[in-house]
Design a protein around this ligand. Structure first.
Ligand SMILES: [Zn+2]
Length: 203
């Protein structure tokens, strides 16, 4: 393990705790990854509640998913994280959540429209939906990349009947995108109870 990996593992742990604290996931749902350099990736472990997690539980793997550091097994969504980081060189971190309003849109296979100016510009516009793919399979990354090829510049994508994946240059940005995408979904759902929200031309 490189010395600088410790700081990135700590940042991944802090981001995962924040994701849990903000209500974007429950128990051990969701996962977080970040580049360490040299092709290494720091990622949250599988099946460990965030309330019990420490920075020492964060796993470091190489680009093929071979574990380089850590006692725990990496998240079952490791193939998705590695596939997205390999395909998106400008992305430094990936946050995957099951936040309730975003999942409601994903369950319906409906994109989250750009209805809040500031949040929508940070998220890159509408949050599109990737087709159904088996959780834990490399097909998850393939499905997300299919959407991003038709909608470049988007920084969050819904996973059909599953959840949301958000990207950023770093962990803070990826977490902010996940939070703002959830905010857009919540606001859209509430606004539709009141009337017809105006869709903004963003992204
Ligand atoms: Zn998931």
């Amino acid at each position: 393990m490189q010395r600088d990996d410790a700081a990135i593992r700590d940042a991944v742990w802090r981001t995962a705790r924040a994701m849990h604290r903000e209500g974007l996931v429950r128990l051990s749902e969701g996962n977080v990854s970040a580049r360490c350099g040299g092709g290494r990736v720091a990622v949250t472990p599988t099946s460990l509640p965030y309330a019990d997690m420490t920075a020492d539980d964060i796993v470091v793997v190489d680009a093929d998913g071979t574990r380089l550091f850590g006692e725990r097994r990496p998240t079952s969504e490791l193939p998705m994280h590695l596939g997205l980081l390999a395909a998106l060189p400008e992305v430094g971190a990936v946050v995957h959540t099951h936040s309730p309003y975003a999942v409601a849109f994903a369950a319906c296979g409906r994109p989250v429209p750009a209805v809040i100016a500031g949040e929508a510009s940070l998220v890159g516009g509408e949050v599109p939906v990737a087709r159904l793919a088996a959780p834990g399979s490399p097909d998850m990354a393939t499905a997300v990349m299919e959407v991003l090829r038709t909608a470049p510049g988007r920084r969050a994508v819904l996973l059909q009947s599953h959840g949301l994946v958000a990207f950023g240059a770093g962990l803070d940005e990826a977490l902010a995108v996940a939070l703002y995408a959830e905010q857009m979904a919540q606001t859209t759902a509430l606004a539709r109870l009141i009337g017809t929200p105006t869709i903004l031309n963003v992204g």
